[in-house]
Design a protein around this ligand. Structure first.
Ligand code: SF4
Length: 376
C-alpha cells in the first residue's frame, strides 16, 4: 500500500499572538462544529481518489488543536480510520498550547490514538511570553509536560523561539535548559520571522521593538546546537533536534517530498506530484472552496524542491538518488560552485551525500540559490 500522511488544520485560537500570520482565528467558538463537519466532508471526498493508501502519519496543526473539544479530534481520527487503514506504528501528532491542556483532554487524546504531542512553549520567561501575546506562563509549560506524561505521552516536543526583540543570551540559555530539565526528547528551536501585517512588524517598524542582528542570531542558534547536542538531542534539520528515534516522522515526509494530504482551511497538499492548497479564510473554506492553485510539478520544480528541502536535513542530498530520479549527475554544471562552497566551509560531500555544515545552515537560502544558479 502507498504511504500517505494527513495534515489536519484546526484554525482556532483563544487570542492572536503578536508575531502570528498563520491561518488562525480567535473568537470563532460558534463555528467549531460547522468547521469539523466541513472537514469531515472534505476527507470523505478523498475516499475513492486515495484508496490503496495506508496512513503513515497524521499531524493536527493550527491554530490550536488543543483548544477545541477533544471529541472533534477523536471523531476526526475515527472517521479517517473508516476511510484508510493506518500503519500499525502510525505517528499521530497533536499540536497544543500549554494554556489549553487538562489531564482529561490529554487522556482523551491518548484514547483516540494520539501518540505525539508538540507544544508551543516559545520561551520560559514570563515577560517575553507576555510580549509575544502567548496565553500561558512558563510554569504552565512544566505543568503541561507533567500532565502529558501522566496521561501516557512520552513522545513530546517543545517549540522554542529565539531572535526575539529584547531576548538576552541568558534568557535563551534558560529556555533551552528548562526544556532539557523537563526531559522532552524533541525540541524545535525557531528563529522569529517578523511577518508583514502583524503587531510585531508594527512594533519593529516604530522602533518599539528591536530585533537582534545576524551575529547575535547566529550565536543563539549555535548555543541551541551545543546545549541540545550535549544533552543527546541531535540536530536532524535546521530547526529540529531529537533523541535517536524521536525525529518527527511527519515533518520528515515534507522534507523528503513524500505524499501528504492537507485537510481544512489553508492546508497544503502534495499528492502524486501535484501541489494544491485550500483557501486561507474560514469563510471561503466553509463556503466549499477547495483545491486552489493545483500545479503538476515539472522535473525542474522537483529538482528545486529536492535541493531546497533535503539540504535542510543533516541527512543531506542523496546524490545517487538525484541521478536516478533526474537522469543527470548532481555535480554536472555545478563543479565550480561546489568547490567554492566546500572551500568556504558551507557544505561537505561524503558517502555520496551533500550536506550543509552548521555554517551553511545559517545561510541555507543563499547556498541553495548558488547551487541552483550554477546549473542555469
Ligand atoms: S497560538 Fe499559534 S496559531 Fe494561535 S495565534 Fe499564537 S502563534 Fe498563531
Amino acid at each position: 500500500m502507498k504511504p500517505l500522511s494527513l495534515y489536519i488544520h484546526v484554525p482556532f485560537c483563544r487570542s492572536k499572538c503578536a508575531y502570528c500570520d498563520f491561518a488562525s482565528f480567535p473568537g470563532r467558538e460558534g463555528e467549531w462544529g460547522q468547521y469539523f463537519e466541513a472537514l469531515w466532508g472534505e476527507m470523505e471526498g478523498w475516499k475513492d481518489g486515495l484508496s490503496g493508501c495506508e496512513i503513515a502519519t497524521v499531524f493536527f496543526g493550527g491554530g490550536t488543536p488543543t483548544l477545541v473539544d477533544a471529541g472533534y479530534i477523536e471523531q476526526t481520527l475515527a472517521r479517517a480510520r473508516r476511510i484508510w487503514p493506518f500503519a500499525p506504528n502510525a505517528e499521530i501528532t497533536l499540536e497544543g498550547n500549554p494554556g489549553t491542556l487538562t489531564l482529561k483532554k490529554l487522556a482523551a487524546y491518548r484514547r483516540a490514538g494520539v501518540n505525539r504531542l508538540s507544544m508551543g512553549a516559545q520561551s520560559f520567561d514570563d515577560g517575553l511570553l507576555k510580549s509575544l501575546g502567548r496565553i500561558h506562563t512558563a510554569a504552565q509549560i512544566g505543568e503541561a509536560v507533567r500532565m502529558a506524561r501522566d496521561a501516557g505521552f512520552s513522545n513530546i516536543n517543545l517549540d522554542l523561539m529565539y531572535a526575539l526583540p529584547g531576548q538576552t543570551m541568558a534568557q535563551w540559555r534558560d529556555a533551552l535548559e528548562a526544556a532539557l530539565a523537563l526531559g522532552v526528547p524533541h525540541v524545535s528551536a525557531y528563529s522569529l520571522i517578523v511577518e508583514e501585517g502583524t503587531p510585531m512588524a508594527a512594533r519593529v517598524a516604530s522602533g518599539e521593538a528591536v530585533v537582534p542582528d545576524d551575529d547575535a542570531v547566529n550565536a543563539q542558534q549555535q548555543l541551541a546546537l551545543n546545549l541540545l547536542g550535549e544533552a543527546g538531542l541531535a540536530r536532524y534539520e535546521i530547526s529540529n533536534y531529537a533523541r535517536p528515534g524521536f525525529e518527527s516522522r511527519h515533518n520528515l515526509v515534507y522534507w523528503n517530498r513524500g505524499d501528504y494530504l492537507g485537510l481544512g482551511c489553508a492546508a497544503h497538499s502534495l499528492v502524486d506530484g501535484v501541489r494544491f492548497s485550500n483557501p486561507a479564510t474560514l469563510e471561503d473554506y466553509l463556503s466549499g472552496t477547495r483545491r486552489l492553485d493545483a500545479q503538476r510539478l515539472t522535473a525542474a520544480d522537483a529538482m528545486e524542491e529536492t535541493l531546497m528541502l533535503s539540504t535542510r536535513t543533516t541527512r543531506g542530498l542523496d546524490m545517487a538518488a538525484w541521478a536516478a530520479a533526474f537522469g543527470t549527475p548532481f555535480e554536472r554544471g555545478r563543479e565550480a560552485a561546489l568547490c567554492r562552497l566546500e572551500q568556504g566551509g558551507f557544505i561537505a560531500i561524503s558517502d555520496g551525500f551533500l550536506r550543509l555544515t552548521p555554517r551553511g545552515m545559517q545561510v541555507q537560502d543563499a547556498v541553495v540559490l548558488e547551487l541552483m544558479e550554477a546549473d542555469e
